[in-house]
Design a protein around this ligand. Sequence first.
Ligand code: AMP
Length: 464
Amino acid sequence: MSFDELGLRPELLRAVAKAGYTEPTPIQWQAIPLVLQGRDVMAGAQTGTGKTAGFVLPILQRLTAGGPPTGRGRRMIRALIVTPTRELAAQVEESIREYGRFLPVRSAVVYGGVGMRGQLDALARGVDILVATPGRLLDHSERRSVDLSAVETVVLDEADRMLDMGFLPDIRRVLKLLPTQRQSLLFSATYTDEVRGLAAGLLRDPATVEAPRETVESDLVEQCVYPATKEGKKALLVHLLGNEVGAGALVFVRTRHGADKLAKHLDHSGINAVPIHGSLSQNQRIRSLGDFKAGRARVLVATDIAARGLDIDQLPHVINFDLPNVPEDYVHRIGRTGRAGTQGAAISLVCGEEIPFLQQIEKLVNKRLPRVRVDGMEEHTPSGSLENWGAPREQAPRPASAGNKPVRRRGPERAVLQERFTSLRATVAEPVADAAVRPARRNRPEGVRPPDLDQPRAAMRGAR
Ligand code: AMP
């Protein structure tokens, strides 16, 4: 399938070619024709699948179907894209500019944590497509600086994450501001009951499309587990970054405080690291990301929500310093590497108390991840055999050839993990092959948010 066959106008095909895309991704060839037809769509897709172009390209086409906007008269917002985080909002708007570069379409982005002035000016000049986080959008609505009465298409991007962040009441309020006659698109990485509930109230006779999960939890991402003591994780991480992980790494932690502390610790250990999380101002976040992208910082220490939507090219390593307590977040995290056909590595440092999380993750990805021990780091790793370390109690020990055999790493050679993983593949038999990742119901009771969830609702409000 080529982009030409999707019925996109020449200006969009030129923009896509200029972006270097040769063929549409699965979510694109499924979603684009449906959106072009004006259908409501429920799409199972996450960052890394090309989902943004999956809705931006057909929206641009529909907005310019009756001839490009002339610029005469006041422009009205005709497409609204709502995202959970500022980073994702900024990135989606960047994509609109990129894909719409040959069309006279105007876009703007509004999110909290920065001053209103620039946003007010942009809105006053007139906008065709608005990208927004829910809180700031409602602020603008209250100030009457935004008029959503002409919206023809609304997109809820990363709907599951918005619900996780407690945005449901805000989303409901936003939807009430829109005309009832409209096209609605819902993109979500997981289909929880909450997402289905939202979809039921939002979409009319929706078409359902699904990005293949392999694009995220794919063969391109080599995964392994380094068992560690709780206290030994930092030393193990410094060792890995100093000796084995050659290039930049995105390191995930569970809390904002943990992100700050770990970034400082790495810095003191001679490894340039910057944090990114919801308590930082937008400018601080932009600076951290810029330092990392430009190579001034080797390590970006991130919380899940702050990292959501970051598009960092050529990210060879994702390191889970803490395991997420929601297994789907593991899949999101490792989806940050191994993108667009490049090989990536996902490393998890796991201590005894995280074993239940590890077991949930292995159930979700349907394979046992190889355990790795580093010579010379014994005091920071659990004692005894790793043969069945972290295996569920009821699971009978499998023969070593079935993927249980721990791998012993020799000394601190300076080889990048990618190469090591290649040999790892030869040492460890492939675990259960190719099983699709089941979208599992989150194991958190309804309405209960984890205590450490980044950017809780109150903080988001405060940040507006
Ligand atoms: P997204 O899932 O929308 O965040 O996109 C992830 C990355 O894939 C971005 O860097 C896009 O520029 C890139 N991308 C989107 N569509 C394609 C395509 N058809 N071919 C190659 N790369 C793409």
